[in-house]
Design a binder for this molecule. Sequence first.
Ligand code: GTQ
Length: 341
Amino acid sequence: MTTQTATAAELARFSAGISGLSLMPLWERTARMKPGSACVPHVWHYAAIREHLLRASTLITKRDAERRVLVLENPSLRGSTFVTQSLYAGLQIILPGEIAPSHRHSPAALRFIVEGEGAYTSIEGEKIIMSPGDFIVTSNWTWHEHGNEGTGPVVWLDGLDTPIVALFGAMFREDAPLESYAPKNHSEVSAARFGCGLLPMEYRAADAQATPLRVYRYRQARAALATLEAAEPAHPAHGYRLRYAHPGTGGHPFPTMGVSLQRLPAGFAGVPWQSTESRVCSVVEGTGRALLGDQTFEFGPRDCFVIPPWTHSRLESDSGSVIFSYSDRAAQEALGLLREQ
Ligand code: GTQ
């Protein structure tokens, strides 16, 4: 024990005295430096959300809402609109015939298609048809609009790095000058240029932080996992997990977010894992459990769950599962912060 040179009352008087100068004594800080955040683990069951997405569609038009989204707000971050302290997540629904008009913003966005066929997103005029399981990249400050030319509702998960942009005070947003940026091209243009293991002759990766490939199809990614599952043993914590790559650099598709697709084989019971990444998961196939901290969350297809940073996590599957996820891994790696074990 060190010798206390002042009484508690004297220290309290000292603190009160300097408070008016916008000063505080560091020794009063109760929180020591430690990993983890206020964010808590949570699961959103799609079956419970779907009816509210449909009901929202009768209450507000896409035009009035601009984006008809139910935000997945972390239970410990209510009022923030954030799913973790670094990430945003929302489920967006679009009905046949609707258009969500074009805009752009400094946060980057991904779409992960959850339900329905026949919708598209148009990014800088490139029209990309959406199918369940596809992962679509909207790099920061690119114009984007959505439409549904199909016959039923389409729902996707929006993942954005909004809290990171807000942290830096670098939030910008702009509506397109025209009512709608008519999609110029049909689908697959960026996929043809960048998605086949080929690159345009003149392409220099150093020119772009974000991936020039705008869509990663589920069919292709799922087939890759199936091949690996047949060929080799599973990773003890992750099963078979591949990350989506920037085709020019091998890095992440966004400067801030890393994205992955993962297969848990039938009967898989993963060993504990701990990472500083904040991770949002969307279940594509199969039922199972996420054991997060001291809680167990059952999941099935289309459910979403969140793994907060440095939470002890274990994943289990019954008849085999596929899980899509995005995280703040790219930002943490760039800043030399990522740790996992
Ligand atoms: O579709 O452009 O969930 O700008 C949040 C912000 C979706 C979008 C969100 C957005 C969008």
